[in-house]
Write a protein that binds this ligand. Structure first.
Ligand code: PMP
Length: 397
């Protein structure tokens, strides 16, 4: 048999992170890879009780029935109210409920991109966004990112070189993989540039509510006056990724088209899971739950950064994330973090991280790593980082 697969499959590749998670089976491994929330903090008992109430005689049949492609109307309203209360004016009609932010990336890719179209992404950017957009065969242009997020001056240069650009993808809050946050001045400038060049901005915010210090900054969506920002959010990091629920916020014209694509992809998100999350938000206090997460993750972040500072040799830089789940390491030029993990960190210390190479859309840089601090216990953070620090001290001599 010789099947001819579609041309887009040439751009569909296994993910380095998925490969790495396969090592997760080794109980001695301490993995700073993945982006897992701490499952010890999932509200399991509350969700069990919520599913029980949703499946009661009164509401059970409706929770098991089809609903509209946009999602359960009452949950759309709850998401809109929550966003509006936190500074992003949103109406229930602006909300499309999707199976996690990842589906939002796929639908927006389908909405906007023909083969060869240009998408601007941060350098580095979220690997999952590249995985979602690659099948649409775009070309990528990259913009530098530093401690204040996307470098908008560089963006101007890149736009001059790529006037054909259709959209900009950004993770403004606690960026994956670097952990940095875009400053207010840059947010404002980004919107101005998108207006000037008539671009769609895809704002991806799964970590937004996990802020450990400093003040929340306005969303790009709240700064947008022309309806060109499509905003993605998710319950994955604030409740449970296994629920597979997130939201897309967009103006009516864009939202109607995305809803047609949602219908084509999977008809709707799970009525049962939408009903359960709605009931959770009615019967429990989601904000109080997020506060507990923030308190726990802040401790882990502090511990990870302090252990890096105590045990890593000179010459390795790290970011200081004020939220989210990751810090980003920069090793000296010429260091190959993929080879180091495979040949040294895994066999000698049973420690894994995500080599930075997979996060670069165009020019791959080998001297970076993304490390996650949310998924591990405090003991494992200290133990794993110290083991890594000792190995790096030996190898970087
Ligand atoms: N965007 C970013 C930046 C992410 O880091 C993730 C998950 N790691 C997602 C989107 C997708 O998450 P989910 O589909 O679980 O909402």
């Amino acid at each position: 048999m010789s099947l001819t697969f579609s041309r887009r499959m040439e751009r569909v590749r296994p993910s380095a992170i998925r490969d790495l998670l396969a090592h997760g089976a080794d109980p001695r491994l301490i993995s700073f890879g993945g982006g897992y929330p701490d499952q010890r903090l999932f509200p399991v008992a509350e969700l069990r009780s919520v599913f029980d109430s949703v499946l009661s005689d009164a509401t059970g049949s409706a929770a098991l029935q089809y609903t509209t492609s946009e999602g359960l109307p009452a949950l759309r309203a709850a998401i809109a109210d929550r966003l509006a209360a936190k500074g992003t004016p949103t109406a229930a009609d602006d909300v499309l409920i999707v199976q996690g932010g990842q589906q939002g990336l796929d639908l927006v890719g389908k909405l906007m991109l023909d083969a060869g179209d240009t998408v601007i992404v941060e350098d580095p950017t979220f690997l999952g966004a590249l995985i979602a957009l690659n099948p649409f065969e775009p070309q990528y242009a990259t913009v530098r990112i530093d401690d204040e997020g996307m470098d908008v001056e560089h963006l101007e240069t890149v736009l001059a070189r790529h006037p054909e650009t259709k959209m900009i993808y950004t993770v403004p809050d606690f960026h994956n993989p670097t952990g940095v946050t875009m400053s207010l001045a840059r947010r404002t400038r980004l919107i101005e540039l998108a207006n000037q060049h008539d671009l769609l901005i895809l704002e991806d915010t799964p970590y937004r509510e996990l802020r450990y210090d400093g003040e929340h900054l306005p969303t790009l969506r709240s700064l947008d006056t022309e309806g060109r920002v499509v905003h993605l959010g998710s319950y994955s990091k604030i409740l449970a990724p296994g629920m597979r629920l997130g939201w897309v916020i967009a103006d009516p014209d864009v939202l109607a088209r995305l809803t047609l694509l949602k219908l084509a992809a999977d008809t709707q998100s799970s009525t049962l899971n939408m009903s359960a999350i709605l009931a959770y938000t009615q019967q429990y206090d989601l904000d109080a739950h997020i506060e507990r997460l923030v308190d726990a993750y802040r401790i882990k972040r502090d511990l990870m950064l302090a252990t890096i500072d105590d045990t890593f040799p000179a010459g390795i830089e790290r970011t200081t994330p004020s939220g989210g789940l990751f810090t980003w390491l920069t090793f000296p030029e010429g260091f190959d973090s993929t080879a180091f993990m495979k040949d040294v960190a895994l066999p000698e210390a049973r420690v894994a991280y995500v080599p930075g190479a997979s996060f670069f859309a165009v020019d791959v840089k080998t001297n970076h790593a993304r490390i996650n601090f949310s998924g591990l216990s405090e003991d494992d953070i200290v133990d794993g980082i110290s083991r890594l620090g000792a190995l790096l001290t030996t190898h970087l001599k």
